[in-house]
Design a protein around this ligand. Structure first.
Ligand code: OGA
Ligand code: MN
Length: 208
């Protein structure tokens, strides 16, 4: 694939994403990102040193706290420090603009971090945005693991908003991209049996 495909989604793909989001509120896409970008991000995550990974918190701003009973993963914020990060942010920005045009979601920006779940790490059932309390509108997770098998655990479960049934069970394979409305879908990460890498991100509305 050439370089221009690194930084923008096609209109056809944006139409499909918008349709699925408005029909179901969530979607799971495979193999839509350039292999070169994926491999770059995968290697970048693997190359982060121990001290670059921070304990993840729960709650925002004043409420920020570390609770290892709820989640035990490690995170590293993506700030656009290098070409690869800039490419990924540009791509997600094209998604933001494309979705605003189609769905009028008023997505104002995108924040994201690498996540690492080492063996036995997990994230219990939670919602990314409490109604009226957060500016997170749309959640995204891109997986960065090659050759993940069923016995490696670490699946993402997306739960129904209204009852106990599981809408989707996602294997965290390289290139799989999941998106869901942040206020609507409880979800959890089952304990991983080996290191599990991903990029979690949120499209946010403007807030003052
Ligand atoms: C999160 C989250 C899911 C995953 O970081 O909020 O739910 O599959 N991540 O990594
Ligand atoms: Mn989450």
């Amino acid at each position: 694939m050439n370089h221009s495909q690194n930084s923008e989604f096609s209109d056809v793909l944006l139409d499909q994403i918008a349709d699925q989001l408005s029909d179901n509120g969530y979607l799971i896409l495979k193999d839509i990102l350039d292999q070169q970008l994926l491999q770059g991000l995968r290697l970048q995550a693997h190359a982060l040193a121990d001290q670059q990974w921070k304990n993840a918190g729960i709650g925002r701003a004043n409420n920020h706290q570390i609770d290892l009973q709820v989640r035990s993963d490690k995170i590293h914020w993506i700030t656009g420090n290098d070409q690869l990060e800039t490419n990924y942010l540009a791509l997600m920005n094209s998604l933001r603009i494309g979705l605003n045009r189609r769905l009028y979601l008023g997505l104002h920006d995108y924040e994201c971090h690498f996540s690492l779940y080492r063996k036995d790490m997990f994230y219990k059932k939670h919602i990314d945005a409490l109604k009226g309390k957060s500016n997170r509108i749309l959640s995204s997770v891109l997986y960065l693991n090659e050759g993940w098998s069923k016995t490696d655990g670490g699946e993402l479960l997306i739960h129904s908003e209204t009852d106990s049934h599981i809408l989707a069970r996602v294997t965290p394979n390289l290139g799989t991209l999941v998106m869901f409305l942040s206020e609507q879908f409880p979800h959890q990460v089952l304990p991983a049996q080996k290191a599990r890498y991903s990029i979690a991100g949120w499209f946010r509305e403007a807030r003052d």
